[in-house]
Design a binder for this molecule. Structure first.
Ligand SMILES: [Zn+2]
Length: 156
């Protein structure tokens, strides 16, 4: 996916997550949107740094990098929710674009779905919106489905 798609995905995902996590429409909803949108958007932009340093769709587009972002908050109590942005970047590249990513880098094999479009296609925004909506439906289902079993999402 191109930069525009990743920015759009990060912003919409952050806003949607804010409403899912604090749905009452109060100041708390606005606070949650800001608290989630900023780190998710930053994470959504991070992997493409490898266009300048390293090998694009390999160096920063793999499961070890995602694992480091998931572990970071537990180790340093910092960068919460950034991993969601990194993960959604991978999803957009794997599902939404023709070229896959090297999930198991340094192994070179790139993995992708046949559902993607070219990064310069006129349909990139539509594909981005469909993928973002699907991600939000999954999160909504997990958050509210888990609540039925007594699980709760920790506050930001
Ligand atoms: Zn990418």
């Amino acid at each position: 996916m191109n930069k525009h798609g990743h920015v759009l995905n990060g912003l919409l995902l952050g806003i949607g997550l804010g409403f899912i996590l604090a749905p009452d429409g109060s100041v708390e909803t606005l606070r949650m949107i800001v608290a989630v949108t900023v780190p998710v958007s930053l994470g959504a932009l991070f992997p493409d740094i490898d266009t300048e340093f390293g090998r694009h769709r390999k160096t920063l587009h793999n499961l070890p990098v995602l694992g480091m972002f998931i572990a970071f908050p537990f180790v340093f109590d910092n960068l919460h929710y950034v991993w969601i942005g990194v993960l959604t970047h991978y999803v957009l590249d794997v599902v939404g674009s023709k070229r896959g990513i090297a999930l198991f880098y340094p192994f070179e094999q790139e993995y992708g779905f046949p559902t993607g479009v070219a990064t310069k296609s006129q349909y990139t925004s539509v594909v981005t919106l469909v993928i973002t909506a699907t991600e939000l439906i999954i999160v909504f289902t997990v958050v509210y489905g888990a609540g039925r079993y007594g699980w709760t999402v920790p506050a930001v």
